[in-house]
Design a protein around this ligand. Structure first.
Ligand SMILES: NC(=O)c1ccc[n+]([C@@H]2O[C@H](COP(=O)([O-])OP(=O)(O)OC[C@H]3O[C@@H](n4cnc5c(N)ncnc54)[C@H](OP(=O)(O)O)[C@@H]3O)[C@@H](O)[C@H]2O)c1
Length: 263
């Protein structure tokens, strides 16, 4: 199947490593023209160079903290300027810290709101004019399986992910008449730096070893292993692509059967 991503102009935020990077790699390998973003300019520039070398695609780097209103708008404007427009947007960033409910004051909740919910709003709002111009513009939000099944000790993340998928479904309904599509992926446990950090925290809390927590988490999925970032990236690329032209409002779990509910 041809995903028809050749020469599509796409911004992927939170993309110097992990799920965002893997998504950008799949898109670039499919011939898309890509802008990647992250906070740290050095590692971002290295990531862009690696993507160019691996795929031969046009890849630009725009540093910025998408949890900050000004930066989110600036990153979108820079992407549109580099690419001459925008056909697709992948909204992604880091995740809020782990911890029990009583560990978090209002400042922590507001920070999580900016980082895991409001950044989707800000990026999409800034990108809408260009996505409209593109005719057939498409957005995929990277959220979490915790929107369906909360994860212990991740109350900040669990709460914001539920709001994020409600946003995506609402936008699909509100803006579908303009030919715009909005979908979300809900990753389960996928092998990235964030997962190593979360399981190190869990091991510390329980007095176990991080390797044992990694193995236990892998066994908890139907497939008996964690996901690889590119497995998530392929799902994002498909939903974003014209090949998924009749898919909108989809909240797609990508989690190897670790979610045990019916729907
Ligand atoms: N991996 C999983 O199993 C999993 C499962 C469910 C949900 N998720 C969620 O999916 C998202 C990506 O996860 P990941 O595992 O790929 O995380 P990761 O390994 O920590 O990578 C996060 C990426 O986003 C960038 N980033 C972080 N904060 C940012 C900000 N404020 N503005 C711009 N860029 C930012 C980081 O670079 P800089 O540090 O340079 O900014 C890095 O490139 C997170 O929200 C995570 O909670 C992950």
């Amino acid at each position: 199947m041809d995903l028809q991503l050749g020469n599509r102009r796409i911004l992927v935020t939170g993309a110097s490593r992990g799920l965002g990077y893997a998504t950008a790699q799949v898109l670039a390998a499919e011939g898309a023209r890509v802008v990647i973003n992250a906070r740290h300019p050095d590692t971002l520039a290295e990531a862009a160079a690696r993507l160019r070398a691996a795929t031969g695609a046009e890849v630009h780097a725009v540093a910025g903290d998408v949890s900050q209103a000004d930066d989110a708008a600036r990153v979108v404007q820079a992407a549109v300027a580099h690419l001459g427009g925008l056909d697709g947007l992948v909204t992604n960033a880091g995740g809020p810290p782990p911890g029990p409910f009583e560990a978090f004051d209002d400042a922590a909740w507001y920070a999580a709101f900016d980082l895991a919910f409001l950044f989707h709003v800000r990026l999409i709002r800034a990108a809408l004019p260009a996505l409209r111009d593109a005719r057939g513009g498409s957005v995929v939000a990277i959220t979490s399986i915790s929107a369906k099944q909360p994860i212990p000790n991740l109350v900040l993340s669990n709460t914001m992910r539920a709001a994020a998928v409600a946003l995506i479904k609402s936008l699909a309904l509100e803006l579908g008449g303009e030919g715009l599509r909005f979908n979300a992926v809900l990753p389960g446990w996928t092998r990235t730096e964030r997962v190593t950090e979360l399981l190190a925290y869990r091991a510390q809390q329980k007095g176990t070893r991080v390797e044992d927590e990694m193995a236990a988490q892998a066994r908890a999925s139907a497939l008996g292993r964690m996901g690889e970032p590119e497995e998530l990236g392929r799902a994002v690329a498909f939903l974003l692509s014209p090949a998924a032209s009749y898919l909108t409002g989809v909240l797609l779990p990508v989690e190897g059967g670790s979610y045990k509910g019916l729907c």
